[in-house]
Design a protein around this ligand. Sequence first.
Ligand code: S3P
Length: 431
Amino acid sequence: MSALTITPNGPLRGTIRVPGDKSITHRALLTSALAEGSATITGYCRGDDCLNTLRALQALGVAIEVETDTVRVWGKGLGGLTEPVLPLDCGNSGTGLRLLAGVLAGQPFFSILTGDDSLRRRPMGRIVNPLRMMGAAIQGRKGGELAPLAIQGGTLQGIEYRSPVPSAQIKSAVLFAGLFAQGETRFSEPAPSRDHTERMFRYLGIPLETDGCHVVLSGRPTYTAKDVSVPGDLSAAAFFIVGASLVPGSEVRIVNIGLNPARTGILDVLGEMGADIRIVNQREDAGEPVGDLVVRAAPLRGVTIEAADVPKMIDEFPIFCVAAALAEGRTVVTGAEELRVKETDRIHAMATEMTKLNVPIQETPDGFVLDGGAVVKGGTCTSHGDHRVAMALAITALTGDAPTTILDTDCIATSFPNFHDNLLELLTISL
Ligand code: S3P
C-alpha cells in the first residue's frame, strides 16, 4: 500500500496528455470483441480497470494483441464468445463488471463476475433486475444485490425498462444485453447519463434510436469492427484543470480531451465559478467531440449544484470539492446521493479527509455544504482506496502550507497510472 507525499511547489505550467477515456476504452474493447473482423484501438486507457476488462475478454476467447499505445482486437461476432473456466475478476471497476454482465447475460454458458472488496460492496441489483427481466438467470449474494454474480445466460427478450436512477452503467448493461435479445430493447432514465455506448453503437452502424432520456435498440445486429481512436479522459484532466485554476501563476494545456456534452458538467460549473478555461482545436473522433483545453489560474467563487447537474459531473465531485474549498463563499451540493455508492462513499471520504487538511466540509445525506476560502494545512490523509479521492487530495496538497502525505495511493493506477509523473512534469521546480 504505497503513499504519495506532495510538496507545494509553485505553479503548474506546460502541456500534457492524460490517459485515454476509461468509459470509451471499456466500450471500444467490448464492441470490438463482439464485432465481425478486427479493429485497432488507439490511445486506450491503460489503467487497471480497462486492463481487467481486456483480460476478461481474453478469458472469453477473444484474441487481443496489446501494445503500449494500441490494442488490436479480433472480433468473434455476436455468437463467438466461449465459456471462461475461471471467475472473471473486474478488480475495482463497476463499469467493467456491469457492462460485462450485460454481455454475459446473452451467452449460452455459465460465468462468474467478481471484483475487489470495494466492488463486492457496490449495488448490483440495479443491473441484475433488468437482465433477469430479459431472461438471464443470475445469482449473487443478498439475492443478487452483491457480486460475485453467477450468470447463466441464454436467449434474451427485448424489454422496456425504466431505470430509477440516471446511470450509464445500467443503461449500457441493458443495451449490451439488448444486442443479443429478440426484438427491441427500450431503456429510459430520469436524466440523461453519458451516452458513449449509444455513440459507439452508432459509429459501428448498429441501428439505435435516441431521444433525450430514451434509447431504443433493435436486437441481433451484425456489424463490422472499425478502428477507434480514444480521446483523453476529461475526468483525468479535471485534476489538472482544478490544480491549474487554483495555484497562482499556473497555465496548463491539456491536449486531445473527450468533450462529450454528457461529461462536461465540470467545465460548465468551473466556468460559473470564474475559472479561465478555453477550449481550442475542437473536432470529432469516432463519434465523440474532442478538443484541447487551456487553463489559467483565476479566483473562484462558490456555487450551488442540484440533482439535475449531477450526472454530467458524477465522477468529478472529489476534485470539485477542492475547487469549492479554495473558492470564495459557500458551495452547496444536493441530489448527489449516488456518490455514496461509487468506489467508496465519496461524500463521506472527502468530508473526512478534507477536514484533516483544515477544510471545513459539512456532510449532508445527498451532498455537502462547504464554506470556501480554506487555509489548507499540510498533514496526513488517506484515499479510502478510491483513485479519484487520492488524486483530489494530491491537488488539495498543492495549496497547503506544508507537505501532505496521502496514504493508500496504489488505487490511482485503476485510472491514471502516470498521475504523479504528469503532476511533477507540470510543477515548476524552484531550485
Ligand atoms: C461510467 C458511468 C458512471 C461513472 C463511472 C463510469 C460509465 O457511473 O461514475 O465512473 O463508463 O458508464 P453511473 O453510470 O453508474 O453513474
